[in-house]
Design a protein around this ligand. Structure first.
Ligand code: ZN
Length: 270
């Protein structure tokens, strides 16, 4: 039977994070990794990047808000970057907005970073200009801007709607995020020598029937990782029922050495 002393010790462990965790690394928690639509036990695209006490949510796809509570609450987020207006990347921003509007009203407004088309889509979804709860920062291509402790830059991707990929740097470490995209030069720019390259690989096998400028295969994702000499490739947005494990095996066959799969609720240090 557990003694009171050991229970107190364990509670302390749980509520007071070990100071060794306070190193200046970035930590990326995968909140949702499913491609295009939810998969069994997996929400759509969303990632929580934490550094120096700042919490940035990157995309908020459908189903992801439930997973977010494993790491933080919507009221504790400092910023949200939304790559593009497709539902599997923005739907749960609606819940985050309502949580901060009604359930737990933080002193500070939420900093939103998104392209103008995404902001317009949110306005239509919410029937609001967002201004009561959100500071809107319109993202434009090839500009350097600040998000909390990060230096950020965004580029337009090859996707049917206005879509921004993202690169974030802090203390000499960088993470690149492809968002949704077909192969494009912008992705070469964003991913070059990134320490962590979070890259979509919606499809596994090549097919003539895939539309151009929509998504990528594992082969294409690995090609960008190798050419860009990235530190680690994290494959994400693999569309069910494609198997992530088949994708991983293929990536290794193609020569990707440091490659992992993005799974919901797993964390990666950068
Ligand atoms: Zn999309």
């Amino acid at each position: 039977m557990l003694s009171i002393v050991s229970l107190v010790f364990r509670a302390k462990e749980y509520f007071e994070p070990d100071e060794r965790d306070e190193v200046s690394q970035m930590r990326l928690a995968v909140i949702g990794s499913a491609g295009s639509y939810p998969a069994p036990a997996s929400a759509c695209s969303s990632y929580l990047l934490q550094h120096d006490g700042y919490q940035l949510l990157i995309d908020a796809g459908n189903g992801s808000m439930s997973n977010l509570y494993n790491f933080t609450t919507p009221g504790h987020l400092d910023g949200v970057f939304l790559s593009h207006p497709h539902v599997d990347h923005i739907a749960d921003f609606v819940g985050i907005y309502h949580y901060r509007q009604f359930a737990c009203v933080p002193e500070r407004k939420l900093d939103l970073y998104a392209g103008v088309e995404t902001v317009d889509a949110l306005g239509r979804l919410l029937g609001s200009d967002l201004g009561d709860t959100v500071n809107i920062n319109i993202v434009e291509p090839s500009k350097i801007f600040k998000i909390g402790p990060f230096e950020a830059t965004s580029e337009l991707m090859a996707h049917p709607v206005q879509t921004y990929g993202l690169r974030l740097t802090a203390k000499g470490k960088s993470i690149a995020y492809s968002a949704d995209t077909g192969p494009c030069e912008s992705l070469e720019v964003l991913s070059h020598k990134a320490d962590l390259f979070l890259c979509e690989s919606t499809w596994i096998e090549e097919s003539e029937t895939y539309p151009k400028d929509l998504h990528m295969t594992v082969t294409q994702a690995v090609g960008f990782a190798l050419r860009g000499e990235v530190g680690k490739l994290l494959l994400t947005h693999i569309a069910y029922p494609n198997s992530p494990f088949v994708a991983l095996a293929k990536a290794r066959e193609l020569g990707a050495r440091n490659v992992e799969l993005a799974f919901d609720l797993e964390e990666h240090s950068i």
